[in-house]
Write a protein of this length. Structure first.
Length: 193
């Protein structure tokens, strides 16, 4: 047996340390002296093993639930912010080209851009085609579309009336409103390729 093969592996050393009856300073120093090559891992494991955990059987208070919800909401917005707006910076001509490529009226693309469509109502196949047309992944498209709605008033044209927020519409309703009907509507709503 060679000297190299007689040395225990990192996992073996960490396993041995973890089953020691005491994880005190003396035990840690013994392992650090014997296995200096694993010093960082041993110190990390010793810290982890010395942590005290408090098991609290009480249900969460309303305040705790509110704090958790706020933290999750903040995290969600950070994650969505990283996803970015898939329509950001697209010129009108490019939006027209995407509508032509997907064979839908421009107002359907505008509804996506303004986040007026309930994403769960959009067939996966169409989401994939839209993502490809925007040159992003489906995950990035969905992440970006789940962000805050872009009010119609934030666009670069003027309107006679005030923009309204009447909630999300289904993909099918947006197509019907855009006067897409018959076989074309069925084809767009189909999940089949």
């Amino acid at each position: 047996m060679s000297a190299a093969s007689s040395q225990p592996s990192r996992d073996d050393v960490l396993d041995a340390f973890s089953v020691e009856p005491d994880h005190d300073r003396r035990t840690l120093e013994t392992y650090l002296t014997r296995y200096p090559q694993f010093a960082r891992d041993l110190v990390d494991l010793a810290r982890e093993l010395s942590r005290t955990f408090v098991e609290d059987e009480r249900p969460l208070s309303d305040e705790d639930k509110r704090l958790i919800e706020n933290a999750l909401e903040a995290h969600r917005f950070v994650a969505l912010g990283e996803a970015g707006d898939p329509f950001a910076g697209l010129e009108t001509g490019r939006l027209r080209e995407i509508a032509r490529q997907l064979d839908v009226p421009r107002q359907v693309i505008a509804a996506f851009r303004e986040r007026r469509i309930r994403l769960s109502s959009v067939p996966r196949r169409f989401l994939g085609r839209l993502a490809a047309a925007l040159d992003v992944t489906v995950d990035k498209l969905v992440g970006g579309l789940l962000g805050s709605p872009v009010p119609a008033g934030a666009r670069s044209y003027k309107s006679d009336g005030r923009p309204g927020n009447d909630g999300l519409a289904t993909f099918e309703q947006v197509l019907i409103d855009a006067e897409v009907g018959g076989e074309r509507l069925e084809a767009l709503m189909s999940e089949d390729a």
